[in-house]
Design a protein around this ligand. Structure first.
Ligand code: GDP
Length: 473
């Protein structure tokens, strides 16, 4: 059986912290020890492990090494990963430099990033050479800092240039003042978006603003830390990749390529958002289970989405619903989804864009779970928020010298801001053209019951910004 091999490249502090949590979860799901890369008493790992791991050796000494390359322009996070993961990762694939990017896109994209690029590409080339069939490349990075944003962009451009046939999914963390108060984050984010628009095949956004609120409201954490947000991201990424790693109902696997083919109706509309159900706090998941109908209903609530916007007010261009552990409840799941579909604001020119996946193997925290990945026009609201903060700075050229001194020009910066505006505009156009004629739309709104209301909200968070991860340049 042909298995698509997926590679994961993580960049910068956030990217590598998330990668560390993600790989630990994958190891546990496949029965691989996350510190030795081996299985208990020489047993074989569960599922289609070769989708994400390569095998070294045979018999009881065989080890299963993540297809991972980790890069950071400063050493602390990767050193920490080395110290806690024993012999899980190939040490040659853990690449660091000393200086850091100082929270500056230009340093990652044009300065220190150029210097580390050959080594990072060489390790990626090596990993690609060991694959039977590359299914795609996932890049984990935050785009509000310097390394993930600047070097992450440079790397994606280079990968696309060298391997145009391999789909690239950028999983991009978007900044929020609730989590970090680095003032130049809107600049870095807008600059990185310009690359993600042109070179990534798809970009799954994880908006810290929304994740913070989910952790506060749903998990009841008074002052969520980045580790809490990373748990949410890990749950979503484990669910998203589950159909690539385990067989399911009717399908052997859903490859990254197949998933993106379904989720990206036009190359210019490739920014995705996601959520996960049940959003039960991890420590309660053993004791409380959500019914399948409730899980499906909860995913489509605006407040559940890992992007600070209101998807039910926009248009769903395409959607993937990926179940785990619900095989015996499949008829109920199908019925619940069919019932909710009638109430969703779909796009009339893509009326059937629903990719559904079933994986028997449950995740490690929940017996039954679902991930929703959506291409929804409301993503433009998230970019509007970032661009509005960008404009406040750029109108006064505040902190502009940090970028100009690194070699960026004012024209370049203005062009990148215009590129973000084009992105917003393409989603606005998709939203407008997606509406059926007015009569049909009014009928949809009046003839179908609204989603059940959100449970009583807990009080709004007290904003206590977490420690700044990088100094203000
Ligand atoms: P880089 O190493 O220069 O790319 O900088 P970071 O990865 O620290 O990126 C800064 C942005 O990422 C800020 O918006 C931070 O709030 C956010 N951030 C930093 N670490 C984490 C993390 O572990 N998880 C999440 N969700 N966000 C993070």
């Amino acid at each position: 059986m042909k298995v698509n091999n997926t590679l994961v490249v993580s960049v910068g502090q956030a990217g590598n912290q998330i990668a560390s949590s993600f790989w630990r979860t994958l190891c546990l799901e496949h029965g691989i020890d996350p510190t030795t890369a081996q299985c208990k008493s020489g047993a074989a790992p569960k599922g289609n492990w070769s989708a994400f791991f390569s095998k070294l050796g045979d018999g009881s000494s065989a080890s299963y090494v993540p297809r991972s390359v980790m890069v950071d322009l400063e050493p602390s996070v990767i050193n920490q990963i080395k110290a806690t993961t024993g012999s899980l990762f190939n040490p040659a694939n853990l690449i660091t430099r000393m200086e850091g990017a100082g929270g500056n896109f230009a340093v990652g994209y044009m300065g220190a990033g150029r210097e580390v690029l050959p080594e990072a590409m060489a390790r990626l080339d090596y990993e690609i050479s060991k694959c039977d069939h590359v299914g795609g490349i996932i890049v984990l990075h935050a785009i509000g800092g310097g390394s993930g944003s600047g070097f992450g962009s440079l790397l994606i451009e280079e990968i696309k240039e060298k391997y145009p046939e391999h789909p690239i999914l950028s999983c991009a963390i978007l900044p929020s003042p609730q989590v970090s108060s680095v003032v130049t984050e809107p600049y870095n984010t807008v600059f990185a978006l310009s690359t993600l628009r042109r070179f990534a095949d798809a970009c799954l956004i994880f908006d810290n603003e929304a994740l913070f609120n989910v952790a506060f409201r749903r998990w009841g954490i008074e002052s969520p830390s980045v580790d809490d947000l990373n748990l949410l991201i890990t749950e979503a990424l484990a669910g998203l990749t589950a159909p690539m790693r385990f067989s399911g109902f009717l399908t052997v696997e859903i490859s990254l390529r197949e998933l993106l083919t379904n989720l990206v109706p036009q190359p210019s509309l490739h920014f995705l958002m996601c959520t996960f159900a049940p959003l039960t706090p991890p420590h309660q998941s053993k004791f409380e289970e959500m019914g399948i109908e409730e899980m499906i209903e909860s995913m489509f609530r605006n407040e559940s989405m890992f992007a600070a916007c209101s998807p039910m007010e926009g248009r769903f261009l395409s959607t993937a619903v990926l179940y785990r552990g619900v095989m015996e409840d499949k008829p109920q799941a199908d019925a619940a989804l069919a019932s909710i579909r009638g109430r969703l604001p779909l796009t009339y020119w893509i009326p059937t864009a629903f990719k559904i996946g079933y994986v028997e193997q449950p995740g490690i925290t929940h017996r039954r779970s679902v991930v929703l990945v959506a291409n929804n026009t409301e993503v433009s609201r998230v970019f509007e928020r970032i661009c509005s903060n960008f404009d406040k700075l750029w109108q006064r050229k505040a902190f502009a010298n940090w970028y100009l001194n690194e070699g960026m020009s004012e024209e370049q910066i203005t062009a990148m801001r215009a590129s973000a505006q084009d992105l917003i505009q393409s989603y606005r156009v998709a939203e407008e053209t997606g509406v059926m004629n007015r009569g049909q739309e009014i009928q949809r709104r009046t003839s179908t019951p609204a989603l059940a209301p959100e449970p009583e909200p807990t009080p709004q968070p007290q904003y206590t910004p977490a420690p700044v991860s990088r100094p203000i340049p």
